[in-house]
Each structure stands twice: as structure tokens, then as C-alpha cells.
Design a protein around this ligand. Structure first.
Ligand SMILES: O=CN(O)C[C@@H](CC1CCCC1)C(=O)N1NCCC[C@H]1C(=O)Nc1ccccn1
Ligand code: NI
Length: 183
């Protein structure tokens, strides 16, 4: 199982690399890696397991964060209606997106960043993601709200982008023009 010692931290070059596409259909090895990403996220949200293994809670994880420069992400979270979004995907791509932006009013953090970096992170309010599921079947997701923010944070990791790259240094809490705040 993945624990915090497997998660690389800022300064590690892999976090700033573009990750490689995963060949489809996925190999058994790639399937195991993808499963382990989703397993970490679920474990990190389990009070007993996360305490026992000292896991930092997360709602998403990308393979580069465990020093695997391959295009794989896992997301396990709820939206404000309480619907659960649980995905483990290969080669996710943002196929289209809204012009409208959105941002978390709490700002963002990252399991690979051991410090608080305050400020709003402007992202697209709605996205359409095309990807492949754990069996290599094509999937298409239309996302908005918190899940859309999480997916963008994870897909950025596949392109070597960190959340704080978007924060306005001069005025970190400036409301991004016409953006929707997400509590
Ligand atoms: O690449 C993936 N990561 O770096 C894990 C990140 C991903 C999220 C950050 C903002 C959008 C995606 C993560 O989950 N966190 N970041 C650091 C510690 C807290 C934790 C978090 O934000 N938890 C959370 C947030 C809202 C509701 C419930 N839990
Ligand atoms: Ni992150």
C-alpha cells in the first residue's frame, strides 16, 4: 500500500515533468499502480487506517506524486449534493471546458507540498474529461463544482503544473474575474 514515504515532495524533478501516456490496453503492472492510487485516497479518508499509517487525507492523487511519470490519476470525493465521485483513470484529457472560471474559497493544498500556500487558484468551472478506465475502456465525464476542481488539480500533475503556479503573487486573494466561488 502507498504511504506518505512514497509521496515525493516539491523539489523532486518528477513533479515538474510531463508524464508519459499509458499504452492501452493497460498492462497488469499499470493496473496495479492505478489501483494503488485509488486505494491510498480511500485509506487516507478512513479515520482508523489514516491514523494507523499516518496518512495525510486527500481527495485525489496522480502517479507522478509516487514518482511514476505515467498519465494516471485517482479521485475519490463527494460533491456538495453528497454524490460520490470515485474514479481511477488512464490518460485523462480535458476535451473541452467552460469559459467561466471557478475557485475554492479555501484555496488549495497538495500532498506533495509540505507548506501552506495561501491564495485563490482560478480553474475552469466546467470540464469534459475523456480518459480510459482501469480496463482500458474509453470514458467521458462532464464535471462541475468541486469534482471539476479536483480533476484539474490532478491532470495538472501529469503536466508538471503545481496549484500555486496559478496564484497571483501580487494579490493572492484577488477574486478571479467573473469566477464562481466554491465553498
Ligand atoms: O494531487 C493531489 N493532491 O495533492 C491531494 C490534494 C488534492 C486537492 C487539493 C485541492 C483540489 C484537489 C488534497 O486532497 N489535499 N491537499 C492537501 C491536504 C488536504 C487535501 C484536501 O484538499 N482535502 C480535502 C479538500 C476538500 C474536502 C475534503 N478534503
Ligand atoms: Ni496535488
Amino acid at each position: 500500500m502507498i504511504t506518505m514515504k512514497d509521496i515525493i515532495r516539491e523539489g523532486h524533478p518528477t513533479l515538474r515533468q510531463a508524464a508519459e501516456e499509458v499504452a492501452m490496453p493497460p498492462s497488469e503492472e499499470d493496473k496495479e499502480i492505478l489501483k494503488s492510487l485509488l486505494e491510498y485516497i480511500k485509506n487516507s479518508q478512513d479515520p482508523q487506517i489514516s491514523q494507523q499509517y499516518g496518512l495525510r487525507g486527500g481527495v485525489g492523487l496522480a502517479a507522478p506524486q509516487i514518482n511514476v511519470p505515467k498519465r494516471m490519476i485517482a479521485v475519490h470525493t463527494k460533491d456538495t449534493n453528497g454524490d460520490t465521485y470515485s474514479y481511477a483513470l488512464f490518460n485523462p484529457k480535458i476535451a473541452s471546458h467552460s469559459v467561466e472560471k471557478a475557485y475554492l474559497t479555501s484555496g488549495e493544498g497538495c500532498l506533495s507540498v509540505d507548506r501552506a500556500v495561501p491564495g485563490f487558484v482560478p480553474r475552469y468551472a466546467r470540464i469534459t474529461v475523456k480518459a480510459f478506465d482501469i480496463e482500458g475502456k474509453p470514458v467521458k465525464l462532464r464535471l462541475k463544482g468541486f469534482p471539476a476542481i479536483v480533476f484539474q488539480h490532478e491532470i495538472d500533475h501529469l503536466n508538471g503544473i503545481m496549484f500555486y503556479d496559478y496564484i497571483d503573487e501580487k494579490d493572492p486573494f484577488k477574486e478571479p474575474e467573473g469566477a464562481t466561488p466554491i465553498e
